[in-house]
Design a protein around this ligand. Structure first.
Ligand SMILES: [Zn+2]
Length: 296
């Protein structure tokens, strides 16, 4: 095979391509530097965190004879890099069902060959494949509880609901503001939503000296009295009160770590993650209609 090589003076020379290629192959190629496209040390670090987390979960399972119920997705996981998200997804795939073959293999390997666990004493209600009712509604079926060995649930609302009284203040506000454009708090900062009342409070803007000396934040002790609030203002106020920073300025917890219920007559205070965890299990039990069988 021939082709023509044209030089800068536009002169043409026939060149034997195959012989060129043959010659080229005889040449010893210089060693090429292999550059990694990702940071292996970061991946190693992630694997370690996944391993440590799995170890803690396994210890808890052993201690309480329980299974982990995990939220199916996590938002608000430390901004910036997606490292925590990646770790969470890996942990999720070790304990709950994933349709991806690679995840299935990893989980099977992690559990020494076991793939699923059936609890014959408990039933759950799940979608019956893609089957639909005549009305177009998805069809459901009841079966023995199937675990992998944990289960997952969509976390919607679980960080907003109070695990003590069971109310979600945002939902109550949504309903109340359907009929009214604005609502007004009374002299004690109580917002009347008809069937329910919310206690709206705020704190002093600057942290007074005597709190600073004790290394604590100013408490929410100022009632939001006689204030007219639009829907958005009410949502903003509840958001401001519901999740707070810990009292101690020395605490390393996040500024959203404490859950403070705003319902009049409740006022439950708890670590926000613990509160959400209780709600996650309750939501799972509710969503799947988890029911113990009679006699077991
Ligand atoms: Zn409450």
């Amino acid at each position: 095979m021939k082709y023509h090589f044209i030089d800068k003076h536009r002169q043409s020379y026939p060149v034997r391509l195959i012989s060129r290629v043959k010659q080229h192959r005889k040449l010893v190629q210089p060693r090429q530097k292999f550059t990694q496209r990702f940071d292996a040390s970061l991946m190693q670090l992630r694997e370690n965190v996944v391993g440590d987390t799995a170890h803690v979960i396994n210890s808890l399972m052993h201690r309480f004879h329980g299974v982990p119920i995990l939220e199916s997705s996590v938002r608000n996981l430390a901004s910036g890099t997606k490292q925590l998200q990646l770790v969470y997804d890996k942990v999720l795939n070790l304990y709950t069902y994933s349709g991806t073959d690679a995840h299935k293999t990893a989980r099977k390997h992690f559990w020494c060959g076991a793939e699923q666990w059936v609890d014959p004493g408990v039933t759950e209600t799940v979608r019956d494949g893609d089957k639909k009712m005549r009305s177009g509604e998805p069809k459901y079926k009841i079966r023995d509880l199937l675990l992998y060995p944990g289960s997952q649930v969509h976390p919607a609302g679980t960080s907003q609901v109070c695990s003590e009284c069971g109310y979600n203040p945002y939902q109550l506000l949504e309903v109340a503001y359907k009929e009214r454009r604005t609502l007004r708090t009374d002299g004690k900062g109580i917002l009347d939503l008809g069937a329910h009342q919310l206690q709206l409070m705020t704190r002093k803007q600057a942290n007074p000296k005597h709190y600073r000396r004790q290394n604590i934040r100013a408490p929410f002790d100022q009632p939001l009295a006689n204030k007219k609030l639009t829907r958005d203002e009410a949502f903003k106020q509840v958001k401001f009160q519901l999740r707070r920073a810990p009292d101690s300025l020395r605490s390393r917890d996040t500024t959203q770590s404490r859950y403070h219920c705003v319902m009049v007559g409740c006022g439950h205070v708890m670590h926000a993650d613990a509160n959400a965890a209780i709600n996650i299990v309750r939501k799972w039990i509710h969503d799947r209609a988890i029911t113990p069988k009679a006699g077991s």
